[in-house]
Structure formats: C-alpha cells, structure tokens
Design a protein around this ligand. Structure first.
Ligand code: AMP
Length: 396
C-alpha cells in the first residue's frame, strides 16, 4: 500500500489545499454533541494552516441524497470547528460554483474555509467525472483525511484525486499505517476476534480472515450459528440457522489455510435479553432449551486470553457477548484487558474497530491502550474483508 503524505507536499505556502474530512458529527439541534471527529482532523488542518496553505474543507453531512436539505447544512458545525482549531473558520454556502470560487478567491495564506455539504449535489455520490473535475479546479492539491469515507467512490474522495496531486492527511496516514501493521504485513501469530450479532453481515470478513490469520476467535451471537452448524442445540439464542452451510464452508476454508477456529467451549445462558436476567454457565453441549446464550464462559475466556497472550498481532471486530447488559459483558471486558496489557508491555500490536467494537472497548476502559482503534465503521470492515478502498487507491 503506497501513498503520499503531507510530508511529500514540500511547499504548502499559498497553495489552495482541498482537504476531504469527516465531520459527520452527532448534533442536538445546532450543537455538536461529540467533538471526536473534529479533534481527529485538527492535526492535518492546523499543520497545513501553519504551513501557509489556504485550507479548504470538503465534507458530507447526513444523507440528503443529492438535494439541498437545510437541516443537513454544515454551517452549524462551524463554531465547533473554530473552537477545536482555535482558529476562525469561514463558510461558503455551496461546495462548487460562484459561491465557492469567490470564497476561495478571498482567502489569505493560513485561512480555513468550510464548503457546504458535498452531498447536496447528486453528482457527488455518483462520482460524476465533470463534477470531480469542477471540485478539483477549486484547488491546487488534494489531501484526503477521511479514512471513514474511503470505502466510497465519490467525487470528493476519488473523482477529485484524478485531477490533482493527492496526499493522505495525518489521520488517514495513522489509520493506514495501523492497518498495515494489523493485516498488511503483520507479525505472527496473528489472532482475529470476530464477534457481534450476526454472521450474515460479516461473511466476507470471516472468509478473508480465515485465509490470513493463525487463529480466528468467533464470539457473540454469530458463534451460535457456528455451534448450531456443528450440531449443538442453542435453545432460544440468536442464531441464523439458514446460514449453517455457509458457516460450515467458512470452517472448511479455515482448515485448508491452517487457521484454527476458536469457538466457545462454555457459555453463559440467560432466560432473556435483559440485565441480570437469571443466568448460569454451562458447557456448550448443555444449553437448555428455553435459554439463550449471551456471553462466553470463563473456560472460553481463558482459552482466548491464552491465544492473545501468545499472539504478536490482534485484529478485533465485534463483542464476545451482549456487552451492553450486565453481567454479559464479562468475556469482552476480560479479553480486552488482556489485549491492553500485552499492548502496554510492547508485545502485541492490537487493532480494533467497526460497529460496536469501539463502544465495547470504551466500556472495558481500554480503548486508549490499544495500538489503534478505528472509528471508521464501514471502511474498517471493508479493510478487514480484504477489499481495496477506492479512496485509498485514489491516493496512489
Ligand atoms: P455488531 O454490530 O454486529 O458488532 O454486533 C454488536 C451487537 O451484538 C451488540 O449489540 C451485542 O449486544 C450483540 N451480541 C453479542 N453477543 C450476543 C449474543 N450472544 N446474543 C445476542 N446479541 C449479542
């Protein structure tokens, strides 16, 4: 995976620098309720500004589907940007045409300008070539700092890069370097933990990992489908019985690739999906008919911990149980803490992300201790699936 970074942009002074960012932030009315995404782009934006570039931010917000939807304007995000950047941020009410051209023409070196939601134009999501060219004409260079939008081939992520020298911003660079360590060129043994609700959403991911990692730990609701496919009764558990053949095919693929599949040997079963529902730990062959599996048992956790302890690399997506409700968070929390400890002592590279994984690691109190926790959702999952991300490919 080769890409240029803003270190390769030798002289940024006075350059009209189009920076694709992800500021699809949660809002309560006109107030941004979580600044994480803005804090993540700050290093790139402020470095470019300090180096004298005219920093022009391009971003999408929500799903206006090619229409101007006033409730999805990026204008209310401007005060939060200024506060986090500690720098004034101007706003242009369109991302192209006269409005954008005039706003950019009045910029001085170091200024920061946010353009309106790119998805107000139907050509954005269609990656319409003339639209990509029109956006590119607004700048001299392109910097993509939105890894989370890199799985989508849109005009502001891919089209634009075809016309301008293109570079990865600092956040994109950190994400790509971490991912490279995780699966690109990892130190072995490599353990993958895949959990979460269903296998139907993670078939490609499981298939890819089965041929690339040394041990694949399958947990959470999706383990039930594998257990059922192996002939175990799973009671009232969440289970995709119709995917039994698919589960068996994944097991066969793993066997061919010398990838050990680790399924629960004991499980915590409960009467229903509520906190502190009456529960007990049983061997996997003894799941009572009226109960549901909500977590992995202590013996399984010990096995998983042992694999993590001997691994050099861990990639993780999805919780090992219903971590939002007590006490069914125990397996996830215990495994996360072992991984954090090994990472702290420098023996493990740990990369996690996608879906509820960030929430689960936050719940365990260890998200900051992993080598890298990706907040990128869909892009992270596509990377785990082994797919080329168009927004990254476009930087080549
Ligand atoms: P995902 O978004 O696919 O990563 O799935 C995360 C969700 O899976 C969380 O809301 C968990 O509560 C849920 N989950 C994990 N294990 C189980 C289980 N054994 N039964 C039901 N839901 C589960």
């Amino acid at each position: 995976m080769k890409f240029k970074t803003i270190d390769d942009l030798k002289d940024a002074n006075n350059l009209r620098t189009l920076v694709r960012v992800d500021i699809n932030v949660p809002m309560d009315g006109d107030r941004v309720t979580d600044l994480t995404r803005i804090e993540r782009i700050k290093p790139t934006v402020m470095e470019l500004s300090r180096r004298g570039a005219k920093v022009i931010l391009l971003a999408h917000f929500g799903r206006p589907k090619g229409h101007v939807v006033p409730g999805m304007s990026l204008k209310p995000v401007v005060p939060a940007l200024s506060t986090v950047f500690q720098h004034p941020v101007a706003f242009a009410a369109d991302c192209c045409g006269e409005i954008a051209i005039n706003a950019i023409a009045s910029m001085q070196c170091g200024d920061i300008l946010l353009l309106e939601n790119t998805r107000f134009h139907p050509c954005e999501e269609k990656n319409n070539p003339p639209f990509g060219k029109e956006l590119a004409e607004l700048g001299d260079v392109f910097v993509n700092d939105a890894f989370s939008a890199a799985h989508r081939a849109h005009a502001s992520t891919v089209g634009i890069a075809q016309h301008l020298p293109s570079y990865a911003g600092r956040t994109m660079q950190a994400e790509l370097e971490a991912l490279q360590k995780g699966l690109g060129n990892p130190k072995h043994p490599v353990v993958a933990i895949v959990g979460g609700a269903k296998i139907s959403t993670k078939l490609d991911l499981l298939g890819n990992l089965a041929s690339r990692v040394d041990q694949l730990v399958i947990g959470g609701g999706m383990a039930n489908t594998f257990l059922a496919a192996q002939g175990f009764a799973v009671g009232n558990s969440l289970c995709e019985h119709d995917l039994a053949d698919t589960a068996r095919a994944i097991l066969a693929k793993a066997a061919q690739s010398d990838c050990a599949i680790v399924l629960p040997s004991d499980v915590v079963v409960a009467e229903d999906f509520t906190a502190n529902s009456p529960h007990k730990t049983v061997p996997v062959e003894d799941v009572p008919a009226g109960m549901m599996i909500l977590d992995a048992g202590a013996q399984t956790v010990a096995t998983i911990s042992d694999f993590i302890t001997h691994a050099r690399t861990l990639v993780w997506n999805g919780p090992l149980g219903a971590f939002e409700i007590e006490p069914f968070d125990r397996a996830t929390v215990a495994a996360a803490r072992v991984a954090a400890e090994r990472t702290r002592s420098g023996e493990l590279v740990s990369v996690a992300g996608g879906g509820d994984t960030v929430a689960a690691l936050n719940h365990a109190g260890v998200a900051d201790e992993f080598t890298y926790v990706s907040t990128a959702g869909g892009a992270f999952l596509e990377w785990m699936e082994g797919k080329a991300l168009p927004g990254v490919t476009a930087l080549n």
